[in-house]
Design a protein around this ligand. Structure first.
Ligand code: NAG
Ligand code: NAG
Ligand code: NAG
Ligand code: NAG
Ligand code: NAG
Ligand code: NAG
Ligand code: NAG
Length: 856
């Protein structure tokens, strides 16, 4: 109440300041009681309307509040420069959710005016109009700030202008973000396309994130006017008149948690779109989801010529080599510039080679300057091209070479990237150097002194540490000579760590403690030098080349989700291919479901949360991550439980990757799956899609409910396969007989259990098209979607139906040589044609280039 009164008097002050010179004082004297009366009556009516002629100023820190005080509009100091101000709507505690003019900063003499002509204006101290709503003469009679955070200008009947229709960088909970609206932050923008795709764009030209959420909901539908909403439970969803239910786009990590807080979606100045939550009054925001999992994939994050890479904890920006300086040594994100520009060394330029680096390749560049050539030709092509500044040989088996002719290039370096890149510089090409030394180099003399000092100190420290080690630790196996190296590493970043075979041999004590034997090889327990417990998987029968393997490692490690086991690192040395995963304390689900061990028991609530968690993990693989992955081997052995019994799916991405962007035909030489969980299409030589995982998941779900293998045959089940018998019992209405006997004496939510049983029968339908998508499975389990009565799942008895429980976990290799994972689309045909033409052209070009090179 009091704060309302204060803000009213603030408005009045502003009003008098503005109007006094232009109005004769008797008129003012006559009007003011009337005005006060008017204000008073409006205020009493509870509308909290802001009358025309009101103004705010940074000096008296006046503000306009929403009725409950949740949001307020006023000046806040600019985080970039604290002597300047922004006119912003802030959530309780000072979290800005909208700024006038998209973050335009003004001085302390500025004002924010709701003018008598209905225009809303931000005016600088000098009188310059910084921003305006453009609503003059549109009959605006008042404004108000609502408890949803929306500020609106209205006439007597309708809203004329509002901040939800003119967002800056944030989308609030009750806001609809429609096609045609854009969030801006620096050079970056976010928008929704008419087909429902979400896009992130740099400088209005390079689209570095374009993702369609084409689940069964959107398939074969033309959207009318889609819009995004952030639901109060933390789900971002896409709605449209043509969709019966909203399509889930992302879950925030605190999904479903409630409290006195808000969630919002924001386009950050680093080009990533994130969901945040903020508790009322705290002013603190917590990140809950980000659209681009790998920050280094954001175009231009490190500025022009900047190279993004990961230090132990975060993405960092560096320069390609000592041929470059930082544009701003205090802000590495501003990019790098050549010490000598190319035009200043005519005829003497060369290509600097950057291993494990790519220059980010996004449309439209991708479509114009793309060739099939080898590494050497990729380098020479760029060297001889006058406008070419850099090139990337992808080396992932595609043979692509991208030439960068634009004057802005953005690099990404990681041990897991198979690409090699080249940048044109003035000769000679200097060595790559750690970014910190780059700055020191600016003054050569000082540089030498510092270098000698650093070297001396390092030497002293090494001697000292070596002395310590010699005295105390030389007999302990825990601290090998490698520990000094690892003390620096924390394995916490998103980038996978590359290990040598020797290191892994050591950390697993020569592969002593075997945790299990999966379809791809044995898994051993290990302890890294920093004492992180890990599971080391020794891959067998991987015939891929080094580069292809690194590509897949890069894909797997860029796939982060609460319900997926995280890849920490890898080893690729000679014939050895190993993957290092985080260690899961409680082991795999099968040991809980099928062992007689009474200490390994799960309550129904835990089982259900494992079922939902697993479904979420698989949904992420299928629908939400960048390169969609079909798991191909979902079974209880591949569902691990951490110390809090959170389900984590493991072994994903090891079967062939299915990349919808990649139209080239992939042939499956050998696919692996496990009996009992294999979908019928594996055996019938039909295309394998994400629906095959749904089938396997359905079997697992049934096992979670029943605590028995789905293919168990016993007297209890009338000598029928358990899954077949279970459906018959379900038809008779005997859900309880399907339930695990060990759950009998527990409190079981029968409604939940029945839902799980119904969902499992839907998942194991013979026809892939009849099975729901994993996203839908999650919604059905959670009760968001109603589950209809499933038809009987037919029994597929192709060869493998007679399975005895003795062969439970042996994996079988199914040879399906011609089954392509994705049906070839017609466009890929024409693609191949045009690319073979360009390949021929380029080969011609290259050979002439090479001969020119030799003769000169
Ligand atoms: C109020 O604004 C709406 C939308 O701009 C317009 O259709 C309507 O005629 C206006 N009403 C009055 C009374 O001006
Ligand atoms: C958002 O869209 C829904 C459905 O069309 C509508 O009911 C709701 O009023 C809209 N919200 C806003 C703030 O426009
Ligand atoms: C952004 O785009 C504009 C126009 O397309 C261009 O003039 C400008 O140079 C670009 N900015 C950068 C940093 O490349
Ligand atoms: C929508 O996104 C998908 C990737 O998810 C992409 O293949 C498709 O080309 C995009 N569509 C448009 C019109 O950008
Ligand atoms: C979904 O995919 C189908 C083909 O798989 C395509 O015809 C349809 O246009 C896509 N829908 C959207 C919204 O992208
Ligand atoms: C990694 O980079 C971040 C951001 O620049 C920095 O705060 C952090 O100290 C760096 N960590 C190490 C180990 O260098
Ligand atoms: C090219 O650069 C090298 C190394 O700086 C130098 O020795 C050589 O003279 C230069 N050649 C020309 C033609 O400028």
């Amino acid at each position: 109440m009091r704060s309302d009164g204060e803000s009213l008097s603030g408005q009045k002050m502003g009003l008098c300041d503005r109007k006094a010179p232009s109005l004769p004082s008797p008129v003012l004297l006559f009007l003011s009681p009337l005005l006060l009366l008017l204000l008073g009556s409006l205020w009493l009516a509870g509308a909290a309307d802001i009358p025309l002629g009101s103004a705010l100023s940074p000096l008296n820190s006046s503000s306009w509040s929403s009725p409950s005080g949740t949001y307020s509009l006023g000046f806040v100091s600019d985080p970039q420069n604290t002597s300047l101000y922004l006119a912003a709507i802030t959530y309780s505690g000072g979290v800005p959710v909208w700024t006038a003019g998209g973050g335009a900063s003004v001085d302390s003499a500025a004002s924010f005016q709701l003018r008598s002509d209905g225009n809303l204006r931000l005016v600088d101290g000098s009188g310059t109009v910084v921003w305006e709503s453009g609503t003059a003469g549109k009959g605006v009679s008042a404004a108000s700030l609502l408890d949803t955070g929306e500020f609106e200008l209205k006439n007597s009947t309708a809203v004329v202008w509002d901040t939800f229709a003119h967002p800056t960088d944030t989308i609030l909970q009750s806001q609809n973000f429609t096609v045609g609206q854009t969030l801006h932050s620096g050079d970056y923008s976010f928008s929704l396309l008419a087909n429902g795709n979400l896009t992130l764009t740099w400088n209005d030209s390079i689209v570095y994130f374009n993702k369609g959420f084409n689940s069964t909901f959107t398939a074969n539908k033309t959207l009318a006017s889609p819009f995004l909403t952030l639901q109060s439970n933390g789900i971002i969803s896409l709605s449209d008149a043509s969709l019966s239910t909203a399509v889930v786009i992302s879950y925030s990590s605190d999904y479903g948690e409630s409290g006195d807080m808000i969630r919002f979606v924001k386009l950050d100045s680093d080009g990533n779109l994130r969901t945040y939550s903020a508790v009322r009054g705290s002013g603190i925001t917590n990140e809950r989801w980000s659209a681009v999992a790998d920050q280094c994939e954001v175009f231009g994050w490190c500025g022009n010529m900047g190279i993004c890479s990961y230090n132990d904890t975060s993405p960092v920006c560096g320069c390609p080599s000592e041929n470059f300086n930082f544009v701003d040594p205090n802000d590495h994100r501003k990019g790098c510039k050549r010490r000598t520009e190319i035009q200043n060394c005519p005829g003497n330029s060369t290509m600097l080679t950057l291993d494990n680096t790519k220059f980010l390749t996004y449309p439209p560049e991708i479509s114009t300057e793309q060739f099939f050539v080898g590494i050497t030709a990729c380098r020479l092509n760029c060297l001889s091209g006058v406008s070419c500044v850099a090139s990337t040989a992808l080396a992932d088996g595609s043979g692509f070479c991208y030439l960068k002719v634009s004057n802005f290039v953005s690099g990404y370096e990681s041990a897991a990237l198979p690409s090699t890149s080249f940048v044109k510089v003035c000769a000679p090409a200097l060595p790559n150097s750690p970014s910190t030394l780059d700055e020191v180099h600016s003054s050569k003399l000082k540089g030498w002194v510092v270098a000698v000092l650093i070297f001396g100190t390092l030497l002293g420290m090494i001697l000292f540490e070596w002395g310590l080690w010699w005295c105390f630790c030389r007999n302990s196996t825990k601290y090998g000579p490698l520990s000094a190296h690892y003390a620096l590493l924390e394995y916490a970043s998103g980038a996978p760590v590359q290990f040598s075979y020797r290191e892994l041999q050591k950390s697993t004590k020569r592969f002593k403690e075997k945790l299990g034997e999966g379809g791809f090889g044995a898994v051993y327990k290990g302890v890294l030098a920093n004492r992180t417990m890990v599971a080391v998987k020794q891959l067998e029968g991987i015939e891929q080349g080094e580069k292809q393997f690194r590509m897949e490692v890069a894909t797997i490690s860029s796939t982060h989700h609460l319900n997926l086991v995280r890849l920490i690192g890898f080893c690729s040395e000679g014939r050895h291919r190993l993957l290092v995963y985080e260690f899961m304390k409680n082991g795999s689900l099968d040991s809980f479901l099928f062992s007689g061990d009474s200490s390994r028991k799960l309550t129904w609530a835990t089982r259900f949360s494992v079922a939902v968690g697993t479904a979420r993990g698989i949904t992420y693989l299928h629908e939400e991550c960048r390169d969609c992955i079909v798991h191909c081997d979902i079974k209880p052995e591949n569902i691990l439980l951490d110390e809090n019994y959170n389900a984590k799916v493991s072994d994903f991405g090891l079967a062939k990757l299915v990349n919808p962007k990649d139209h080239r035909q992939r042939t499956l030489t050998s696919v692996r799956g496990t009996r009992g969980y294999l979908a019928p299409e594996w055996l019938a030589n039909l295309p394998i899609t994400s629906k095959s995982d749904v089938y396997s998941y359905g079997m697992v779900l049934l096992e979670i409910v029943s605590g028995r293998r789905n293919f168990d045959v016993s007297d209890d089940t009338d000598r029928k396969k358990f899954s077949v018998w279970a459906y018959e019992e379900f038809e008779k209405g005997n859900i309880r007989s399907i339930m695990d006997k060990r759950l009998a004496e527990q409190d079981v939510d029968m409604e939940q259990l029945e839902r799980a049983v119904l969902v499992s029968f839907w998942c194991i339908q013979e026809q892939p098209s009849q099975r729901p998508s994993m996203g839908k499975v999650v919604q059905m389990l959670e009760g968001v979607l109603d589950v209809e009565r499933p038809p009987a799942p037919k029994v597929m008895d192709v060869g493998l139906a007679v399975v005895t429980s003795s062969s439970v976990s042996t994996s079988v290799a199914v040879f399906a040589t011609s089954a392509s994972i994705q049906p070839l689309s017609s466009s890929s045909q024409s693609n191949t044609n045009s690319s073979s033409i360009s390949r021929r052209n380029v080969e011609k070009q290259t050979s002439s280039l090479l001969s020119k090179d030799l003769s000169s």
